[in-house]
Design a protein around this ligand. Structure first.
Ligand SMILES: [Zn+2]
Ligand SMILES: [Zn+2]
Ligand SMILES: [Zn+2]
Length: 309
């Protein structure tokens, strides 16, 4: 049989049970190529050529790279990103373009979970920029990670010139007195916050992930206690936005909820689902809403900065 493939045809019989196996697995067996181990197949789904080992065909399911790429693209689209290519350096990872235009390297398995709405995806570059811009609002320049390597600390320069390391959790909530000039941040702000809440699996249900967007006049540091969460719940502070007053924060929060709820009603978690797991049952969202909530907070931050000049 003539092959359009560049690889030389290997002389030798093509057994009918090989052809039957190929057909059962979604391929036409076109030719034996290269050596006695290799076959040229054609994918019955997309018509694309596939090189496979005879052993792989007989023992496993050969994968069509075209169809695999198409599947990955479809999953990525459902997850809100664009599939670019497999990651050349890490097996099981792909490269994806996020809506912010940054390229993210993520496990395909994670993208699958994002597509199913089980978790959210966040761009680390944008996140670092948001951390930096929040710190600027408190008078600090984010220089980078802490030289000691402690993961929860960052290095900052105060506007007086003094450089010091500050726990990221403290900077998020504006609790950062400068050891150089002795000044803290004097405003009495209120905060919008975005938490990721993870409730571990129980005997009758799998682990659950939620997003909580809220407003508080005080740093919400004892999340578990303040939100009435079960002891085994995990809380991650995804974002904190300091606002000049409680009035502003509360108004911005309510407007954000109205917009999110009307634009994405399915992403609002119904209260009965949360019964017994936490005290707060309002303003809890599915993890897939993360980019939209981040965009809301970006917009609120930009407005607040414009108002304060
Ligand atoms: Zn195919
Ligand atoms: Zn980004
Ligand atoms: Zn200072």
């Amino acid at each position: 049989m003539p092959s359009t493939h560049q690889t030389p045809v290997f002389p030798g019989p093509i057994h009918t049970h090989w052809q039957a196996t190929a057909a059962a697995k979604g391929f036409d067996l076109i030719a034996r190529i290269r050596d006695r181990h290799h076959l040229q197949l054609r994918c019955r789904t997309c018509g694309g050529g596939v090189t496979a080992k005879l052993f792989t065909l007989m023992r496993h399911q050969p994968l069509c790279p075209n169809c695999l790429a198409a599947r990955r693209s479809a999953v990525a689209t459902a997850a809100g990103v664009t599939f670019l290519s497999p990651d050349p350096d890490r097996r099981g990872y792909g490269r994806f373009r996020a809506p912010c235009d940054h390229v993210l390297a993520r496990q395909f398995e994670l993208i699958e979970r994002v597509a199913k709405g089980q978790t959210g995806l966040r761009c680390e570059t944008c996140h670092a920029e948001r951390e930096a811009s929040e710190a600027r609002r408190f008078g600090w320049e984010r220089l980078g990670h802490c030289p000691s390597g402690r993961p929860n600390y960052r290095l900052y320069r105060h506007h007086c010139g003094h450089v010091q390391r500050i726990a990221q959790a403290n900077m998020l909530w504006g609790q950062c007195d400068c050891a150089g000039c002795g000044r803290g941040w004097n405003a009495k702000p209120s905060f919008l916050y975005l938490f990721r809440i993870c409730l571990p699996a129980t005997t009758d249900r799998s682990a659950r992930h939620y997003l909580k967007l809220g407003y508080s006049a005080h740093p919400v540091k004892r999340h578990r206690h303040q939100l009435g969460l079960a002891k085994d719940a995990q809380v991650e502070v995804l974002r904190v936005l300091a606002m000049a007053s409680g009035h502003l924060a509360c108004g911005a929060e309510q407007a954000a909820h109205r917009r999110l709820t009307s634009a994405h009603p399915k992403a609002v978690v119904p209260a009965p689902e949360l019964a017994g797991a936490m005290n707060v049952v309002r303003e809890i969202y599915r993890p897939g809403l993360l980019p939209m909530i981040e965009a809301e907070l970006d917009r609120i931050a930009a407005e607040a900065d414009a108002q304060s000049g």
